[in-house]
Design a protein around this ligand. Structure first.
Ligand code: NAP
Length: 328
């Protein structure tokens, strides 16, 4: 059986990827950080097939030990400080985990067996936030980077060091430049989930207001379940490379709000939504829209869930969760 090692296993993508790989007959190992991580037991309940190994992207020896234990064929580096807003207040931590963590993972692979004779294949979770103040629209693998947050800057370092290690040491290392992807497992701090959860709670009378930042920003939103398949496809290619995964459609945050509230039968959403400058980013990313033609052509990858279906899925999930929590 092929063996996969995933960092960020407790995150949205880690869980989707673990399920996907398990379904394909992989032995799945997930790296868990901390001495008493509260997300570990929940993960083990939901996915008992994942073998958890302790480690931290800030600690190279722990990465080496984890790889020695897992002996993986494929490594997926999804672990990161991934919330852009937090990266502004904890920029050094973000640089260390989201940026330098990639370098440590690559070094660990070189030490444990990422040579031409024994190639561990590596996937890096790069991000559309690297494009930031976009130089062209839509963005492709060749669009220059202009990150607008410490998170975006750290991802650019991670991306570049993957390219450098691939070229310098012949590692089978690929990066997916993924545009936003969401789903019921998205953390509540992220804007899509914040909106779908608020729409559900407001419709149930459990919440009265939704306080938002910039409603005009535009994003290219897909479904996480579609995107993890793309990650896996990248590692099945003979040659490593970089690929944009995106839907090619862009929607404003206001459109997201209108649609989510519409799902729960609220048309006068303005009554409930207030904007507060405290939720605006110090530097904004106004328009992200990706061109995934290369992934379509070379990987045969295409997103299956569209924006309306994604919002509906997330609102329905939040309605069920909130009803159960409130005993309704
Ligand atoms: P997520 O839900 O925020 O998950 C982040 C994961 O990183 C969590 O499992 C977290 O573990 C782990 N982590 C944090 N600090 C760590 C450390 N020091 N050592 C090891 N692991 C650590 O993120 P996601 O949405 O699944 O995204 C997965 C990856 O794709 C991230 O790298 C993200 O930046 C990138 N990405 C995401 C999107 C998107 O739209 N979702 C788009 C482009 C790129 P704990 O639970 O223990 O804190």
């Amino acid at each position: 059986m092929p063996r996969a090692f995933i960092t960020g296993i407790t995150g949205q993508d880690g869980q989707h990827l673990a399920e996907f790989l398990h379904g394909r007959g992989y032995d799945v190992y997930g790296m868990i950080k901390g001495q008493n991580n509260p997300r570990a037991s929940k993960l083990q309940e939901e996915m008992p097939f994942v073998e958890l190994i302790s480690g931290d992207l800030a600690d190279l020896p722990s990465l080496v030990a984890a790889l020695q234990q897992a002996q993986p064929d494929e490594v997926y580096n999804l672990g990161a400080i991934s919330f852009v807003a937090l990266s502004f207040s904890q920029a050094e931590l973000t640089a260390n985990i989201t940026g330098l963590g990639v370098l440590r993972m690559l070094e660990a692979i070189r030490m444990v067996g990422g040579t031409r004779d024994n190639p561990i294949r590596f996937y890096q979770a790069s991000s559309s936030e690297m494009f930031g103040e976009v130089r062209e629209t839509p963005q492709t693998e060749l669009t220059p980077f202009h990150p607008r947050s410490p998170y975006g800057c750290a991802k650019v370092f991670g991306h570049d060091i993957v390219v450098n290690y691939r070229e310098s040491y012949g590692l089978h290392a690929s990066s997916g430049i993924l545009f936003n992807h969401e789903g019921p497992r998205r953390g509540i701090e992220f804007v899509t989930r914040k909106v779908t959860n608020a729409a559900a709670r407001i419709s149930l009378g459990l919440q009265h207001e939704l306080v938002m930042g910039n409603l005009d920003s535009k994003r290219d939103w897909g479904y996480a379940g579609d995107y993890v398949k793309g990650m896996w496809l990248m590692l099945q290619q003979d040659e490593p490379d970089d690929y944009v995964l995106a839907t090619g459609e862009t929607h404003s945050i206001e459109e997201l709000v209108v649609r989510a509230f519409g799902e729960v039968g609220i048309d006068d959403w303005q009554k409930y939504v207030r904007q507060d400058p405290k939720f605006f980013r110090p530097a904004e990313v106004d328009l992200l829209i990706g061109d995934a033609s290369k992934a379509k052509e070379k990987l045969g990858w295409e997103p299956e869930v569209d924006f309306p279906a994604l919002v509906k899925m997330m609102v329905e999930n939040d309605l069920a969760l909130e009803k159960a929590k409130a005993g309704l």
